[in-house]
Design a protein around this ligand. Structure first.
Ligand code: FE2
Length: 375
């Protein structure tokens, strides 16, 4: 069993409670192991830790405006990869018309996050209506297709060679944040039966990153029923009831929604601001030295970020110090309004991410300078 050099110390002028009671005029920065779960140190700086006047080299943070991706392929496997590593593959997929064939992922479980639009999802397990704000969790090997009822924009996150699981809710109990009973699963219904028949159907199977085609003289989504505990499942972000503390800015890890072997998916949903006058109201500065952090902005007003709009994605590489933008920093102990009004999907990966061509093409190169105070 590993044991960290792990004992609490207090040096100089410091708060003894993270994210609250900061020495007058200081800025708190957290340095920690294992995301926000391991040993940590909290520094009280005289200047904002993001106050650099120049930043050069590959560690710089990146931002991509995925709304500018215009390709609209009719298979997920042709959708552009925006970020990837050995543990995940993240794509932005615009789907305008009914898929003419089925997709199947042999490389790992798949999550489709519906950023915009709606449609009917048909799969081995039946039929499920899907729409904006839905996470659709698809077990590896499932055959599926989507018939949009409105043009769709989907953020697809693959758990390469892994499975999606739910986090342990610990002291909060299993029904906190979201009750697993709010998740929906496909039905063997009239819509599902109506799409069955002897229509020649092709299946695009992705395995080891390559696509193979299987052709059937019938639609293989032809189950008359099934039983078991494995299924496609849908969770809508509006069914998430985030935890908060009126006296403590809880870390992003408290918003974990799904786990894979080498990354986590968290959801930021609207929640009240802290009310204790000495508690931080904005995310604290931190390095996150063990995880690359990806944030996909789904909906709302992103109070801690200037110049960010829905459909954008940011990447904060491991070790890059970040925190609130200058506008939010001026009110780190104020309540700008009663509630945050933002939905965002965070993907924190244990291994560094590579940037795909599609993302490079829509990069906002000014992002690394966005912490500079406006004159
Ligand atoms: Fe972060």
């Amino acid at each position: 069993m590993k044991r960290y050099l792990n004992f609490p110390l207090v040096k100089g002028e410091a708060s003894r409670q993270a994210h609250a009671d900061l020495p007058e005029g200081t800025y708190e920065r957290e340095m920690s192991k294992e995301g926000f779960f391991g040993p940590a140190a909290f520094f009280y700086h005289r200047n904002p830790p993001t106050g650099w006047i120049d930043f050069d080299g590959p560690l710089a943070p990146r931002a991509f405006d995925l709304t500018q991706i215009n390709e609209a392929p009719n298979s997920l496997w042709s959708a552009p990869v925006v970020l990837h590593n050995k543990a995940t593959e993240i794509r932005l997929w615009r789907l305008a018309e009914a898929m003419p064939s089925l997709d199947r992922n042999g490389d790992g479980d798949q999550i489709l996050f519906v950023h915009r639009g709606a449609g009917d999802f048909f799969c081995d397990f039946g039929h499920l209506a899907i729409g904006q704000g839905d996470y659709v969790v698809i077990p590896r090997g499932t055959m599926w297709r989507i018939v949009p009822t409105e043009p769709m924009q989907i953020l697809a996150v693959e758990a390469t060679n892994s499975s999606y699981t739910l986090p342990d809710k610990g002291l909060l109990g299993p029904h906190a944040i979201f009750d697993p009973a709010v998740m929906d699963t496909p039905e063997i219904d009239d819509a599902f039966r109506a799409q069955q028949g002897d229509l020649e159907t092709r299946v695009a199977v992705k395995k080891r990153g390559q696509v193979s085609w299987m052709t059937y003289p019938f639609n293989p989504l032809d189950a008359v029923g099934w039983h078991g505990e494995l299924s496609v499942a849908r969770l809508n972000v509006r069914d998430i009831r985030p935890i908060m503390s009126h006296r403590y800015h809880v870390p992003p890890s408290a918003h974990t929604t799904f786990l894979a072997d080498r990354f986590v998916i968290c959801t930021f949903a609207p929640r009240p601001f802290e009310t204790d006058p000495k508690a931080l109201k904005v995310p604290f500065f931190h390095n996150n030295d063990d995880y690359d952090e990806v944030l996909f902005y789904h909906d709302g007003d992103f109070f801690s970020r200037d110049n960010i709009h829905p459909g954008m994605m940011t990447l904060h590489p491991t070790g890059f110090t970040h925190g609130p933008h200058p506008k939010a920093l001026t009110r780190m102990f104020e309540q700008p309004k009663a509630m945050t009004d933002e939905y965002a999907v965070m993907i924190d990966t244990r291994d560094p991410l590579e940037i795909g061509e599609a993302a490079s093409a829509v990069e906002w190169t000014g992002y690394k300078d966005s912490w500079k105070a406006k004159s």
